[in-house]
Design a protein. Structure first.
Length: 172
């Protein structure tokens, strides 16, 4: 991922814009070791929204998440890859906008699996995805797909000092 091409200060109380490095550094230090819940928002084929919690991690400046191929989320992404991902980090609420890309490259799968294992999920690469002794009951049967979020925009609202709110736009 590159640095943002544009930062917009959304704060209405006189705080300066938040640096992207704050969000990036929190993601790098808090995933996968902290107990964080990420929520992916997708759109059903009939236009209705869908949101679900996922296990997501930040690896090499990229956000990744997993989903069972039969889940509503995966079926929605197959039809329309546009999505949002939201998380509350320590001191910063963060929402991403972009497109999810299914990742099947063995080297990337293994690199991301290694980071998942560091965080306590014993993921093993198999069948173009992951398997493990345990997974969320809503994930369906393995193998579970890996997705990379191709980021177009992120919005951060600081809930700890230094306060502020910013939008970061990324060129694609």
């Amino acid at each position: 991922m590159t640095e943002p091409t544009k930062t917009t200060n959304l704060d209405q109380n006189g705080c300066p814009p938040l640096p992207w490095s704050r969000a990036r550094d929190l993601l790098a230090t808090q995933t996968p070791k902290e107990d964080l819940t990420f929520f992916v928002g997708t759109v059903r084929p009939d236009g209705r929204p869908h949101a679900a919690g996922v296990g997501a991690i930040w690896v090499d400046d990229t956000l990744y998440f997993v989903s069972g191929p039969g889940t509503r989320r995966a079926r929605n992404l197959a039809a329309n890859p546009a999505c949002t991902v939201s998380v509350r980090l320590k001191g910063l609420d963060l929402t991403f906008e972009g497109e999810a890309e299914h990742v099947a490259d063995p080297a990337t799968l293994e690199r991301v699996a290694a980071v998942y294992r560091e965080g306590g999920w014993p993921a093993t690469v198999t069948g173009g995805g992951y398997t493990a002794p345990f997974m969320a009951p809503s994930a369906g049967p393995a193998p579970w797909f890996l997705y990379r979020l191709v980021l177009s925009r992120a919005i951060g609202v600081a809930c700890a000092e230094p306060y502020g709110a910013s939008r970061w736009d990324f060129s694609r």
